[in-house]
Write a protein that binds this ligand. Structure first.
Ligand SMILES: Nc1nc2c(ncn2[C@@H]2O[C@H](COP(=O)(O)OP(=O)(O)OP(=O)(O)O)[C@@H](O)[C@H]2O)c(=O)[nH]1
Ligand SMILES: [Mg+2]
Length: 456
């Protein structure tokens, strides 16, 4: 039956691409993936015929001279119900480099060409199987460096992020329709009612946009890792705390004040959330040149921290030196006061106090209170723990959302000048549509897909 499922009915004159989809090296199995109008021909050449749709069949693989070189599984996905939306053939052979090269070579001999990085997913996007944000989520899922990043990428792949953006976009469309209707009758006075409605709708869109942006900003931390920097006077136990959080003796710990010189960074995970913790030199005036450079570096690290852990001693007075240090910490960003060595302060309980939300009493020696500190780090980074409230946004998405937001702010100022108001709405709208790819310039597409691995 020559329906849409027919192998050659789709493809729009495109060529047929093939690539080894599994990593190079030796493995039990390796997969070559083929997509395009030539799939039927390639199946005939290698397998002796096209397998039944979506069934795993066990076949011998033949090269172009009719010589058998492997046996394996073949699966045929007719268009449009395939990854790319085109006819797709997956060939699973034995996963050695020579066998895989022969399998790929057989596909090329039968008319395919080697796929560019990301070309399968690019075709999926062009065929409407995925929108752009979803296509990016494919790469993000593959590249996920932590469990939470993977979960978040999967939600984007399932379309949650795109749906949020589409909803915003639909709200804007309605508001624009209202505005354009007014513009069509320029001679009439814009009545109060229209103005009120526009104002109310604009406020709603802005609130929704802020919500999406906040979720995206939190999620983007999953990609880069949250930057947590220890800061404090010498000898308070910064390096000891870093070792405890890392679960390893990474930093040198001694009773000598001024032990740490260079900033030391460690990538850790708390509940699957990636966090970069940075140990720094104890902050004090020092005649020693090496230490002085270390202290300068410490301040630089503090300046770019997402969260500063200001370490104090639980058993000692917070004196003028400590106050001076605290006063020098940056205003913006999150600050947590960590009173270490609580084991030396009799009668002082470890952990968090209900009354002091950004303070915690811990002991790097006994481990007391550290669980509370971990929780506070997750909370301070905006991580709710259920993983539901973030989008694994890319820089590109954040920029587009922020741009849309600026245009909506501008629109709010132009509310009584309809032409300008309408123009700002249009600009906000086009920024949003770039995210899912409704209006995305070709060069941007090229840039996005070029960063994929081959075979995806
Ligand atoms: N009793 C007790 N001693 C601790 C605790 N944490 C650290 N110490 C000790 O305090 C001393 C200094 O610890 P470090 O971790 O090197 O302190 P630091 O803040 O990194 O010091 P600098 O690198 O010199 O700035 C060491 O002798 C540690 O064993 C703690 O919770 N309790
Ligand atoms: Mg140290």
């Amino acid at each position: 039956m020559a329906s849409a499922e027919d192998s050659s009915a789709r493809g729009h004159g495109r060529d047929t691409i093939a690539a080894i989809a599994t990593p190079s090296g030796r493995a039990g199995i390796g997969v070559v993936r083929v997509s395009g109008p030539g799939v039927a021909e390639i199946a005939r050449s290698i397998l002796g015929g096209l397998p039944a749709p979506r069934r795993a069949v066990y076949r011998s693989f033949f090269d172009s001279r009719g010589e058998r070189f492997d046996r394996g599984i073949a699966i045929y996905f007719p268009a449009p119900r395939s990854y790319t939306g085109e006819p797709v053939l997956e060939l699973q052979g034995h996963g050695g480099p020579v066998v895989m090269q022969m399998l790929l070579g057989a596909c090329l001999d039968a008319g395919a060409r080697i796929a560019h990085p990301g070309e399968f997913t690019r075709r999926a996007y062009l065929e409407g199987r995925l929108d752009l944000a979803q296509a990016e989520a494919v790469a993000d899922l593959i590249d996920a460096a932590s469990r939470e990043a993977a979960r978040s990428a999967l939600r984007s792949l399932a379309g949650e992020f795109s749906t949020a953006v589409d909803t915003l976009s639909a709200q804007l469309t309605e508001l624009r329709a209202l505005t354009e209707a007014v513009l069509d009758f320029p001679q009439e006075e814009v009545d109060e009612l229209h103005l009120e409605e526009a104002r109310a709708r604009l406020a709603r869109v802005r609130a929704s946009l802020d919500e999406v942006l906040a979720k995206s900003q939190r999620g983007s931390l999953l990609r880069s890792g949250i930057h947590v920097v220890f800061a404090g006077r010498p000898n308070v136990g910064k390096s000891s705390l870093l070792n405890k959080l890392a679960g390893e003796e990474r930093a040198i710990v001694t009773p000598v004040a001024g032990t740490t010189r260079d900033a030391l960074r460690e990538a850790i995970q708390i509940d699957g959330v990636p966090i970069i913790v940075v140990d720094t030199a104890g902050l004090r005036e020092s005649p020693d040149e090496v230490e002085r450079i270390g202290v300068e570096r410490a301040w630089r690290e503090v300046a770019r921290a997402d969260i500063v852990l200001a370490v104090l001693e639980a058993h000692a007075e917070v004196g003028p030196d400590e106050h001076e240090m605290l006063a020098r910490l940056p205003e913006e960003g999150v600050r947590i006061l960590v009173y270490n060595k609580v084991d030396l302060a009799p009668g002082v309980p470890a952990g968090r106090r209900p009354s002091a939300s950004n303070e915690v009493w811990v002991s790097a020696k006994t481990g007391a209170g550290l669980e509370d500190l971990r929780r506070m780090l997750l909370e301070a980074s905006g991580w709710s723990g259920d993983g539901q409230s973030t989008f694994l946004a890319r820089e590109r998405h954040l920029r587009a959302l922020a741009l849309a937001r600026r245009h909506l702010e501008e629109a709010a100022l132009q509310l009584e000048r309809w032409e300008f108001f309408a123009e700002e709405l249009r600009l906000a709208h086009s920024a949003l549509t770039e995210i899912t790819g409704a209006f995305t310039p070709d060069d941007l597409l090229g840039e996005i897909f070029a960063r994929f691995c081959i075979g995806k």
